[in-house]
Write a protein that binds this ligand. Structure first.
Ligand code: PMM
Length: 309
């Protein structure tokens, strides 16, 4: 397949940006002394905050490089919108969108994750150099995912969700959101371990905004320690989400998605102080600063941050 010429990835004649080859990074190269910043790169037409901006392959690669130079530790490349009500897309089209971007960013020296619910896309992205799989399906989509993760041996983000992008809001009903999300994640974890996945491969995500209303999201954020207690690294995604828009609303109108980055950075600082492994954000620079502040605060003056950390 000629990925550069694939439909939905830009005109066949448009040359891709020249990407200087850097030393290819591995997952083990990621810093360990602080919370990591994962930059969001949606190669989609309809993601709620940046849909349509980076559908063209060249624009997507350029934005990925911008995220990298802004301090992203990981670039999360997705080709299918997961916002409530989004249409399902064919994994073939998803691959046409994400694979050339994954390849180019890996070549440029980025650690790359692929945000996908599809086994075929996860497999192809890892073959193209992706270092981890970020699956928001909560295993509601493709039952073969645990077998693939066991086979590939790569890190995998296990996120909590109920239902799919078309009906998940109907399932945002909990008696005790923390207890229920934890027990549903534990059941999923068992499925992965039974399939042969090693515990060290799993990264846990409570899935903020996925079958959750604003009060659920705030309760989950308030009690991140209980997710850390599962014994895996924890990832959270608050970036520009609806619950931040409602918090910042004025005159009865939620704040626009692009006006939620300061609030996102505040959640990054608090999540870093709570010891999460990574925050997934659109505006990398502000969250990178936020994480640095939280780390320095946590050290209480004992030990300097190394350059670049
Ligand atoms: N949120 C979105 C997409 N992918 N992945 C993980 N692990 N956690 C999240 O919270 C998450 C995600 C939706 O946000 P977007 O449409 O702005 O990418």
């Amino acid at each position: 397949m000629n990925l550069a010429a694939a439909p939905g990835t830009g005109p066949a004649t448009s040359p891709l940006p020249v990407v200087k080859r850097s030393r290819v990074k591995t997952f083990a190269d990621l810093p360990t002394g602080r919370t990591l910043v994962m930059g969001v790169l949606n190669v989609t037409e309809d993601s709620f905050s940046d849909g349509g901006q980076f559908l063209d392959t060249e624009d997507a690669i350029k934005h990925g490089l911008r995220l990298m130079y802004s301090g992203a530790d990981i670039i999360d490349v997705g080709g299918e919108s997961t916002r409530p009500g989004a249409a399902f897309i064919d994994p073939e089209l998803e691959q046409q969108r994400v694979l050339p971007v994954v390849e180019a960013l890996v070549k440029a020296g980025a650690v790359v994750s692929v945000d996908t619910m599809h086994v075929s896309t996860a497999r192809a992205a890892v073959a193209a150099g992706a270092h981890l799989i970020n699956d928001v399906s909560g295993l509601t989509h493709e039952a073969d995912m645990p077998a693939l993760v066991a086979e590939l041996g790569v890190p995998y983000v296990l996120m909590h969700r109920r239902g799919d992008q078309q009906n998940m809001n109907d399932y945002a009903q909990y008696e005790d959101v923390v207890a229920e999300v934890l027990s549903e994640l534990e059941a999923l974890r068992t499925t992965f371990l039974d399939a042969g996945v090693r515990p060290e491969q799993l990264i846990i995500d409570p899935g903020l905004g996925f079958a959750k209303e604003a009060p659920h999201n705030w309760t989950l954020l308030h009690r991140l320690a209980e997710f850390k207690a599962l014994g895996h690294p924890v990832l959270i995604g608050t970036s520009r989400k609806r619950f931040l828009g409602s918090l910042l609303s004025s005159g009865g109108q939620p704040a626009a998605a692009q006006d939620r980055d300061a609030a996102t950075a505040a959640t990054s600082a608090l999540a870093a102080a709570a010891g999460v492994w990574a925050v997934r954000v659109h505006d990398v620079a502000s969250s990178h600063d936020a994480v640095k502040v939280a780390t320095a605060w946590g050290h209480g003056g004992a030990g300097e941050l190394r350059q670049g950390e």
